[in-house]
Ligand binder design. Structure first.
Ligand SMILES: Cc1cc2nc3c(=O)[nH]c(=O)nc-3n(C[C@H](O)[C@H](O)[C@H](O)COP(=O)(O)OP(=O)(O)OC[C@H]3O[C@@H](n4cnc5c(N)ncnc54)[C@H](O)[C@@H]3O)c2cc1C
Length: 477
């Protein structure tokens, strides 16, 4: 029997599209190149026996808050969120600054900058679900939560560096803001960089920055189990290279890069559409280090251990310098984004031992070895760190692209996140999931709302396919 829907790729967006279509009653099949599902949210045995490492995503505020994920009973299929002691710690000088779950506790700890933090966050926190509904979708839409979106727009449009200095006076608040802004993978002078910075801070107060017990793999495993419960099927170990590899289906949704999409469309892609996709831009890549450690990271300030996520890089200016460099080179003092799951989830390592997950930004496609620079930065706040290393695994930007074409040149967001990169993702239309070839949709993070584990690109692509080909109108939206 012909499939209703075929999904190429079992990343968060492919699985999200599959679930949305299966919940609408369609016959759905997913094809995945790797041996297990998950894409950028898989866990792999990268170092020693007994250590579970998250190959891609480590910390999941976007998944916990995602309007799509929150519709699904993933907990019934094994997903168990772990909330660390604090969403983020950021060592600074001899001490630290902490982003707490509680807005009030964060503001209290920020002292003189507490009122500014509260004034920035409170109006957005009051309607965070409405805000996410409006921003985790293609942007040129009539918002359903206009007032909150307007407040967000005013705060989010300025460059993060300028806004951080305008709003905050203390080095602590500024550093906290800078550590969050570095997730944009853009220079802090870029317009709009405050938007993602705000979203990440807001989610800490709204849902925390949790991670799945046992490894990120628990998310796709739960999604796959729910999909199979709904009657969908998944076939792994299948690389789809051309249209000839595609089983017949009424709609095909591609959780891959614009380049792979073009290969699958072949001559059917109109010339102008092909040219637009060939111009698709990626941002800087990353280099990642996964560690097996004989003990917990020896932070100079032990309170850094309250966070599963640690922003390492010093002051706002230091982090800004590091991120300004990455399009062309890696700073001598790079910003390091780190995660220490095993302090809160002992199932991921042998008793008394620990994992450590860390990456820094590098120029797109670079495989220059920056291990020493990253470890020097960690040692700056955790002297003796290197002495604990039992084994390490390095992933370069080209390795990431080979792993999933979505991560072009090692760009974890599947495309540049500047204002144009968010608007024209991959082309400027109100429904960028449609490909101009009837029945074919792009559903990866190279479509809105971009990178992160939230499944919203797959969700909205599936809604478009349901409307176009099955006359099912916004059944879930
Ligand atoms: C190192 C790293 C750290 C990250 N950290 C975080 C984090 O902490 N929190 C967070 O929210 N996000 C994080 N991200 C970002 C997040 O992982 C990505 O934004 C997300 O995985 C993108 O989802 P996707 O479905 O678009 O693509 P992918 O996750 O790449 O999935 C695409 C899937 O499709 C398969 N596929 C592609 N083409 C084909 C084909 N032709 N045939 C068959 N199969 C195919 C691929 O094998 C892959 O499994 C991180 C990413 C990386 C790489």
């Amino acid at each position: 029997m012909t499939l209703d829907a075929l999904i190429v790729g079992a990343g968060p967006n492919g699985l999200s599209a599959a679930l949305t279509l299966a919940r609408a009653g369609l016959r759905v099949q997913v094809l995945e190149a790797h041996g297990t599902v998950g894409g950028g949210m898989r866990s792999l045995p990268l170092t020693l026996p007994g250590f579970v490492h998250d190959y891609g995503s480590a910390i999941h505020p976007l998944a916990a808050a995602s309007p799509a994920f929150r519709k699904w009973p993933l907990h019934a299929f094994g997903l168990d969120w772990v909330q660390p002691g604090a969403p983020v710690t950021h060592p600074l000088g001899g001490g630290l600054v902490t982003l707490e779950r509680s807005l009030e506790a964060t503001a209290d700890a920020l002292g003189a900058d507490g009122p500014a933090w509260t004034a920035l966050m409170r109006p957005l926190l009051n309607d965070w679900e409405g805000l996410l509904h409006d921003i985790l979708r293609p942007l040129p839409r009539v918002p359903s939560h206009f007032f909150t979106l307007a407040q967000f727009g005013i705060r989010g449009l300025p460059p993060a560096g300028a806004l951080g200095k305008l709003l905050f006076r203390t080095p602590e608040a500024r550093a906290l803001w800078g550590g969050l802004a570095a997730h944009t993978v853009l220079p802090f002078s870029a317009p709009g960089t405050s938007a993602m910075t705000l979203v990440l801070a807001l989610l800490a107060h709204a849902v925390g920055w949790p991670f799945p017990r046992g490894g990120a793999q628990a998310i796709p495993d739960a999604m796959r189990a729910y999909l199979e419960f709904l009657g969908g099927s998944v076939i792994t170990g299948v690389q789809v290279s051309s249209a000839a590899d595609l089983p017949p289906a009424r709609v095909t949704l591609v959780d891959s890069s614009p380049g792979v999409l073009l290969n699958l469309l072949g001559d059917r892609a109109p010339t102008a559409y092909r040219a637009a996709l060939e111009r698709y831009r990626y941002g800087p890549g990353i280099q990642k280090l996964d560690y097996a450690l004989s003990g917990p990271v020896p932070w100079a300030d032990p309170r850094v251990a309250r966070g599963a996520t640690v922003h390492i890089g010093g002051t706002l200016d230091e982090v800004a310098r590091s991120e300004a460099a990455t399009p062309t080179h890696v700073s001598q003092h790079p910003y390091v984004l780190a995660a220490q799951h095993t302090l809160f989830d002992s199932s991921r390592a042998p008793a008394g031992q620990h994992t450590f997950w860390a990456y820094s930004h590098v120029p797109n496609g670079s495989d220059e070895d920056i291990q020493d620079r990253m470890e020097d930065q960690i040692e700056r706040y955790a002297p003796g760190f290197r002495d604990l290393v039992l084994a390490r695994h390095r992933t370069t930007a080209p390795m990431l692209q080979a792993y999933s074409p979505v991560f072009g040149g090692g760009d974890v967001n599947g495309g540049k996140g500047d204002l144009w990169g968010l608007l024209a993702r991959p082309v400027l239309t109100s429904t960028p999931y449609r490909t101009l070839v009837r029945g074919f949709y792009l559903c990866s993070s190279s479509t809105p709302p971009g990178g992160g584990i939230h499944g919203m690109a797959g969700y909205h692509a599936a809604l478009a396919a349901l409307k176009d080909e099955f006359s099912i109108q916004d059944s879930e939206d």
